[in-house]
Design a protein around this ligand. Sequence first.
Ligand code: GDP
Ligand code: IMO
Ligand code: MG
Length: 472
Amino acid sequence: MFRVARTLGALRRDASQLGTSLLRREAAAPALSVQNMSTKADLHADRARVAAVLGAQWGDEGKGKLVDILARRFDIIARFNGGANAGHTLVVDGKKFPFHLLPCGMLYPDKVNVIGNGVVLDVPKMFQELQNLWDAGHNTEGRLVISDRAHLVFDFHKLVDGQLETAAKANAIGTTRRGIGPTYSSKAKRDGIRVAELVNTDWDYFVSRHNALVDSVQRMYGFEYNAKEEQERFKEYREKMKPWVRDTVSLLNTALREGKSVLAEGANACLLDIDFGTYPYVTSSSTTVGGVATGLGIAPQRLESVIGVVKAYTTRVGSGPFPTELTDEVGNELCRIGHEFGTTTGRARRCGWLDVPVLRYSTFVNGYTSINITKLDVLSTFPEIKIGTHYRVNGKRLPDGHMPSTLQELAAVEVEYETLPGWQCDISKVESFKELPAAAQNYLKRIEELVGVPISYVGVGAGREAMIRMNE
Ligand code: GDP
Ligand code: IMO
Ligand code: MG
């Protein structure tokens, strides 16, 4: 017994020494550079069999637009996380298409779109979105596949989401009230209902599962509910969606084996991730690179390209820490020029300068092979542009890529900025890096240098065509 205790003590001492020396090394680590983060050469995901588009900040970076552009060369476009809390806007031939649940490959007549097992499926919302596409003349026949393992969002999940937010008052997360948290709670509590239980079992079985779930959630939160009415609605949905439901793990992996390609479309973003985000002001799913594997059933080593989507400044919708937030006229200008109003809720987004510590952290978590800078055109009228380069706490710089994990620590962060000259001219028609004014080129080069990841694409307008491919 005594020997064991001594051994454990020694182990603890070793571990603590290792921890201390690792911390020292972390603090003294050289700044990231594009070279030492160098990636496989497929900058634009032109050849990757499996690629992912992920939000690098707090969402609404412009993921949908990049997915729509890249979708041209992929066979399958797949959502792996979140639900109808996402709002991905595509602008094609001047027409706006807002997507919430459906993957952004739906506008192409020859692409298969998958809703993966990691998604929480709001069935009425899905039908609403499909109806919008049908009304606009898009035929979706045979192009939507839903995972049998995806969890179902019910109206009571949304009700509870709203109730919790209202009760939290000043501490509310500012959720989209789409039932996301309560549905993932049911999933984690292991009494959630999956798509297969709606379409692949006897109707009575679904009814009993639904009654049990209503009962369980009601016992926790107490609310009036007409379960029967919801069951009647789902009876109709069941018949309509049955042909679209598949074992998507098998479908995706068989497609890959046959040489087909998959583009994973991230929803929400790194700093909203349930583990890596600014907890508790986060969403309830894995929005980061690991979510691609767990939300689709594709092994992680298959992923060849991970593009981080980075808005040229920072925005956040909902509550929670935001170190580079501008609450002055500059922030209002960014909101006005960038049309920073939520696609899902219409709320004004909070705006601030680019936050490099967020991007370094997000690069650690997601291992971006390249980044897409979006909305560069929004900065075109500013005489000066700031970049938040480092966080300081008690006057000391935090190590590269370190993101404080508590709200208290985040509140204590001071941001170090550097100021770059603006370009003050219209860049919305620019088609190549060379054509950009020198000040805009310098801004991009500085971002690459500070984040340590090459830029693959630069957005200069909302339209599908307003995207510069770098290095060409
Ligand atoms: P997502 O959630 O990441 O897909 O982003 P959202 O669609 O919620 O928000 C991005 C908004 O910016 C949308 O309205 C896009 O149409 C728009 N957008 C995307 N890229 C650009 C760009 O490069 N310039 C401008 N001006 N707008 C862009
Ligand atoms: P896309 O995919 C921006 C935010 C909400 C809230 C928090 C939790 O368009 O980038 P939830 O309803 O998920 O429980 O809300 O997360 N949020 C987003 N913010 N863009 C999104 O998605 C978001 N999805 C969730 O505003 O602060
Ligand atoms: Mg959005």
